[in-house]
Design a protein around this ligand. Structure first.
Ligand SMILES: [Zn+2]
Length: 466
């Protein structure tokens, strides 16, 4: 068995790992790279392998940095099965379509400039029809069931507790001659005991693992502290008469935030402040939560399924789906919370809200997830004095705050705990991916000190034989 690291290697986006096993080529994830615009454009248009030679794709979850390049893979000749959990299939339907819209808009902007420069024009990375074609290849798989995807290769999905439908991948591989390998790929690992979805289910007794390391050098605060911090910033911004702008994707983080805010209202810890979830996907997403009870934690299940209430639809909350409604928000000057995508602020309606509000000292821009290097979100988080949004320079005068607690990623302690059912004398190799150096390297040292012998931090293009 051989592993080739391609994307999310020494970085956090563009997840893609290639397995050569029993004469088959199996791709794990096929995500879009997000970072410097020009670089991203190049990386996302090309493949480091021939898509026609891939026998199957196994997808961990629907986030675009894991799934967003799939339509391009199919467009370039891949015709094999795409395995995913049932909820991931449903989410990919809406997320990949949304991504196609963004691709078309992006290339429109690039082409406008190239036209002026008399250069030849680009085609979009993919279009809606490529998404529809790709969706035909998806095969929904249940959690915890073993599926023989090729002779001697069984696939089992475990709940990763990261977003709705997210999974860690276990492959039970029989290479013949009594050589058996238990191989794991964590995908993105969620946090235990967070509301809405279930806690991560652990991969155990592995020989090899590819593991994410987004927050490999971070410890998230405890629940009570994080809730209090959120209550304080909401109250302060409300009293100053400002808006709170939160970049977050419509699926996952948004529902968690809405759930937390609902709780704070009910406990009278924050004032009456309207919340707008500005996303064409928001309503769809709520329906997808409702149709996947297998992913919900007990409390959310009770509210949603047994009592037929909507935990994401309380009365202060408005879902904005049309562009006109979205623009109307700019005309309103009273305090409000606006949650809008994308989380890394690399596209979507959040750009307009940032452009309109980032120059106002009363505004609070609140980040609740990880942002990759060179993305707009990261530049604002890191304290840039001015930023370019939609081609215009804007001074950052708003307050800026980052709250890791609401992240959908495990912290260092939770990542180490995740391995606890893997004895150090059995687990031969740990490969850390999906993490920048300052996060992954300290985790590597911690894992070594716990007795894991071979902990690697592979670069893109590196291959390992097991
Ligand atoms: Zn993710």
């Amino acid at each position: 068995m051989e592993i080739e690291f391609i994307g999310a290697a020494r970085t956090v986006t563009g997840s893609q790992h290639l397995l050569y096993v029993n004469g088959k080529k199996i791709l794990l994830d096929c995500g879009l790279y997000q970072g410097r615009r020009k670089e991203a454009f190049e990386i996302n248009r090309t493949f480091k392998f021939s898509p026609t030679e891939i026998d199957a794709l196994i997808l961990s979850h629907a986030h675009i940095d894991h799934s967003g390049k799939i339509p391009n893979l199919v467009k370039n000749g891949f015709s094999g099965p795409i395995y995913a959990t049932a909820a991931t299939v449903d989410l990919c339907q809406i997320m990949l379509r949304d991504s196609a819209h963004l691709q078309e808009r992006d290339v429109y902007v690039v082409n406008k400039i190239r036209k002026r420069q008399k250069k030849n024009l680009f085609e979009p990375l993919y279009e809606l029809e490529d998404v529809e074609k790709a969706m035909d290849n998806f095969i929904g798989v249940q959690y915890n069931r073993s599926t023989e995807i090729f002779p001697g290769i069984n696939l089992i999905y475990r709940d990763a507790g990261h977003i709705l439908g997210s999974a860690s991948i276990l492959l039970e591989i029989d290479e013949g001659n009594n050589k058996k390998i238990r191989f794991g790929f964590t995908g993105d690992i969620g946090r235990p005991f967070m509301p809405v979805i279930k806690s991560p289910d652990l991969l155990r007794d592995l020989d090899i693992i590819i593991m994410e390391s987004t927050y490999g050098n971070r410890l998230h605060p405890v629940t009570e502290e994080a809730e209090e911090e959120l209550a304080v910033v909401v109250k302060q911004t409300y009293e100053n008469g400002g808006k709170i702008i939160i970049p977050a994707f419509a699926v996952g983080r948004t529902q968690l935030l809405v759930y937390e805010l609902h709780k704070l209202f009910n406990e009278n810890r924050i004032p009456e402040i309207p919340i707008y979830v500005d996303s064409p996907l928001a309503v769809n997403a709520t329906n997808i939560f409702r149709s996947h009870p297998e992913c919900l934690d007990r409390e959310t299940y009770r509210v949603f399924i047994q009592n037929d209430e909507d935990p994401f639809g309380f009365k202060r909350l408005k879902y904005i789906t049309t562009v006109d409604q979205s623009k109307e928000l700019n005309e309103k000057h009273e305090p409000m919370i606006i949650i809008s995508a994308s989380g890394m602020a690399e596209g979507g309606r959040i750009l307009h809200h940032l452009a309109n509000n980032i120059g106002n000292p009363k505004t609070l821009v609140l980040f609740v997830g990880y942002a990759a290097e060179h993305t707009l979100a990261r530049r604002i988080m890191d304290g840039a004095e001015s930023v370019n949004i939609l081609g215009q320079e804007h001074k950052v005068k708003s307050k800026v705050k980052t709250m890791d607690y609401f992240s959908a990623h495990a912290d260092q302690k939770e990542l180490i705990d995740y391995l606890r059912l893997n004895p150090t004398n059995k687990l031969q190799n740990v490969f850390l991916v999906h993490g920048e150096e300052e996060q992954a390297l300290p985790l590597k040292e911690r894992l070594k000190s716990k007795g894991y012998r071979n902990v690697h931090y592979p670069a893109s293009g590196q291959k390992f034989t097991a």
